[in-house]
Design a protein around this ligand. Structure first.
Ligand code: KIV
Ligand code: ZN
Length: 388
């Protein structure tokens, strides 16, 4: 089976920070229940001090979630932590996620402080949070741009203070996969008490590398990945849950596994897109409308002979509707015959040759040839032999 990767879902916190995606308590509650069914290990339910509405959402979610850990975000501020603890008081498994910026950008521009002062505040926050729960996660914001030596000092100190999970966010999505992986490896090799905590990947997608960076972190030894359904999140988004889960599933030799019920990936993606009013791009991996569509003649011919030629995932495995043969001006005869067959028309090779010429004329005039176009062609078709 290998090593478990804990899936920390932050759709309801980082994902909900997307402009226009704000959810009310009922919507958050419904999605939290679905996330639990999906099998995520941790649900980051919100940022309780940020608004009374978010406090209420975290509190309500804490009451209904029975298996997953429910987590609330805080700054490294005593009052934030107390409010989060209050919101989480009904949770079966409460987690406080506290932290502070550790890169020079944050230390100087945001806090006008020194590295030592930030380290002291980090330790204080973790110790304070431990008064309320044994499950405390610390985030070193902008760890992606924090020099490794200082980061290792912070990680060691917060583990000593009681952090059980240490989150290494690439907050700005700056790192390349090998750099992020090396950062995780550096921490594993240089933090003496690293065996007392789990390292977590939290990667943003500003350069389109969030998923690659998270997988690189996991290969280097991180055992938690923070991600969102449909990759929602600040700016260009977070690591997409469906992508990391299916990478781990597809590449079993990595020796990693998750508890995710993969058949829920497409239905839940749609539910999140609808609830958050944020449509999924059609070419999105795993859950996009075109993820299992084949449109060019070369691909369609290969796919119809053996689906494995052009598909590495069975759509059923991820709850998708099924593979689609889409007809466009790039499609070939085998696809056309297949689509006619699906509509109940059996044509021989000769018929298809004739129909194909007609099909190309229609296809050149529009983006996609639809079922009604095919029916019209089929009904109007007079086989050549009959004319002669
Ligand atoms: O991107 C980030 O650094 C975050 C932290 C609050 C974990 O979202
Ligand atoms: Zn984030």
């Amino acid at each position: 089976m290998g090593d478990k990767i804990h899936i920390f879902d932050t759709t309801l916190r980082d994902g909900e920070q997307v402009p226009g995606c704000k959810l009310n308590t009922k919507e958050k509650l419904d999605l939290a229940l679905q996330l639990e069914l999906l099998g995520v290990d941790i649900i980051e339910a919100g940022f309780p001090i940020s608004s009374p509405g978010d406090f209420e959402s975290v509190s309500q979610i804490s009451k209904v979630i029975k298996n997953a850990t429910v987590c609330g975000l805080t700054r490294a501020v005593q009052r934030d932590i107390e409010v989060a603890a209050q919101a989480l008081k009904y949770a079966v498994r409460p987690r406080i996620h506290t932290g502070i910026g550790t890169s020079d950008y944050h230390i100087k521009a945001k806090f006008n402080a020194t590295q030592d002062e930030i380290l002291a505040r980090a330790v204080q926050a973790v110790k304070w949070a431990r008064n309320f729960t044994d499950d405390v996660e610390f985030f070193a914001e902008d760890a992606g741009r924090t020099e490794n030596e200082y980061l290792a000092r912070v990680v060691e100190a917060v583990i000593t203070a009681g952090a059980t999970v240490v989150n290494i966010p690439d907050t700005t999505g700056y790192c390349l996969p090998h750099q992020y992986g090396e950062k995780i490896a550096y921490l594993i090799n240089h933090v003496p008490n690293i065996d007392k905590a789990i390292l977590s990947c939290h990667c943003h997608n500003d350069l389109g590398l969030a998923t690659a960076n998270s997988i690189s972190g996991a290969i280097s030894g991180a055992r938690q990945i923070e991600c969102t359904i449909n990759g929602l999140g600040e700016r260009a988004g977070n690591t997409s849950l469906e992508e990391v889960v299916m990478i781990i599933e597809q590449h079993k030799y990595l020796g990693l596994y998750t508890n995710i019920n993969t058949q829920m990936l497409n239905p839940l993606s749609r539910e999140v897109a609808d609830t958050m009013r944020m449509p999924v791009q059609p070419n999105k991996a795993i859950v996009g409308a075109n993820a299992f569509s084949h449109s060019s003649g070369i691909h369609q011919d290969g796919f119809l002979k053996d689906s494995l030629t052009y598909e590495i995932i069975n759509p059923e495995q991820v709850g998708a509707e099924g593979s689609k043969i889409v007809l466009t001006a790039r499609s070939g005869r085998s696809a056309l015959a297949y689509r006619f067959q699906k509509l109940g028309y059996e044509f021989n090779r000769n018929d298809i040759d004739q129909l194909y010429q007609q099909f190309l004329k229609v296809a050149d005039s529009k983006k996609e040839v639809m079922e009604e176009d095919l029916r019209k062609m089929a009904e109007a078709h007079v086989p050549e032999q009959a004319v002669a």
